[in-house]
Structure formats: C-alpha cells, structure tokens
Write a protein that binds this ligand. Structure first.
Ligand SMILES: *Cc1c(COP(=O)(O)O)cnc(C)c1O
Length: 212
C-alpha cells in the first residue's frame, strides 16, 4: 500500500475534483485502512469480488461503492442493489435497463455514461454522435441521476494526446450540460486534471501493483 502517494495526491487536488480509490484486487482490510484516513469512495470492477468486500465492510457506513467494470446486462440488478454510482454505462440498452431496474428496486443510482473517443477496440462506450442523438430520450429517464461522462484512454499515448482526448470528453459533457467527467487513472490522472476531470480513478498508484 502506497499511502504516502494517496496523501500527496489528495492534498493537491482542486476542491471540485474527487478521488475514487480503485480497490479491485485488494482486500477489505486495505480498504478499511484508507477509509480510516477519510477516503469514502471506492471503485470495483468485478461484481462478485465487490459483494464479498461489501459484506465484510457493511459496518463502515460512510463508504460509497462505485461500479467501474464492464457492465453485463444480466448483472445489472445486483449492481443497482449494491452500488451508489455506476461509471461504465456504455449503451442505450443498458441505461434503459438500469432505469427500469432502479425504479423496481426503489434505487436512484448516480450514473456516468462511458464514451468511446478513440478507436481502441478493447474499450467500450457510447459513440459520441449516437449519445447526442439519443440525449433527449436518455436525459428523461426516471430513477437515475445522470451526473456525467466517463472515459478510458488507450495505453501508450503521449501526454499531449491524452490531454486532447480528455478534453474531448470534457467538451462533450459541457455540451450536454453535465458536470462530471470521470477520467484519469494512475498513469494519466495529471493530464485528466488538466483537461477538467471531476473524478479521477486511482488504483495501483495508491494500493500498489495488483494481479489484474
Ligand atoms: C482498474 C481501473 C482503474 C484504476 O487503474 P490504475 O491504473 O490501477 O489506477 C481505473 N478505471 C477503471 C475503469 C479501471 O478498470
């Protein structure tokens, strides 16, 4: 655990930027350690792994769980039941389903719509044109709070290229009048900040190397 990195980054963040501690691959004990330092937002990308930790941490009432992994339709109900934020909503079909399920479950999750801004075939997300086309329909959906957009940059970009892509995300969010941009990971969070991120998602830089 790289707790000094955590303090260092946290200390210098602008007030409007939130730090999501990505705890996938790490234990409830490590989550508790950093929760005791005042970190309340934790991101997980595998449902089963997350639910096991949530159970162990159920007495830590201030923890807010964010789902950041690839969304499978058949897991949406469990995700809605167990997470306050979902950062990885990547299609119209899934946002419709989340809205319906949230209504049935009497939940009201906060949503980031994942957008695909580059050709990276390993990354999903809304095509920006389609998102704009469908926006009138999406913004009316009940039982969800659409907070902003989320993006994952391809690996291996220069600093400049990262900033350029992150700015695309920021501009698209602004044009939809959305406040949040969830962007930036351990390798590119500084570029994301420069481009206007409001959530940075940090795993290994805080927790150390993980197996996946
Ligand atoms: C794993 C993961 C992160 C954190 O990655 P690091 O490089 O360890 O900071 C952030 N966002 C998503 C969507 C992830 O899956």
């Amino acid at each position: 655990m790289e707790i000094s990195n955590y303090f260092q980054i946290k200390k210098n963040l602008p007030l409007n930027v939130n730090l999501l501690a990505v705890s996938k691959g790490f234990s409830s004990k490590e989550i508790k350690t950093i929760n005791n330092e005042g970190q309340n937002d934790f991101g997980e990308s595998r449902l089963q792994e997350a639910i096991e930790k949530q159970l162990l941490l159920k007495d830590s009432k201030n923890i807010k769980w964010h789902f950041i992994g690839r969304l499978q339709s058949n897991k949406i109900r469990k995700i809605v039941q167990n997470f306050e934020y979902i950062h990885s909503v990547d299609s119209l079909e899934k946002i419709l389903k989340i809205s319906n399920v949230s209504f049935e479950e009497q939940k009201n999750p906060s949503i980031m719509l994942q957008v695909k801004l580059s050709d990276d075939p390993t990354k999903g997300g809304f095509n920006p044109k389609i998102l704009i086309e469908k926006w009138d329909q999406i913004k009316k959906l009940k039982s969800i709070k659409i907070k902003g957009l989320m993006t994952i940059n391809p690996k291996g970009l220069s600093s400049k290229e990262n900033i350029k892509l992150f700015k695309k995300c920021r501009h698209l969010a602004d044009s939809l009048r959305l406040q949040d941009c969830s962007m930036g990971m351990s390798g590119d969070w500084e570029e994301a900040l420069e481009a206007g991120a409001t959530w940075i998602r940090l795993g290994s830089i805080i927790f150390g190397n993980r197996l996946y």
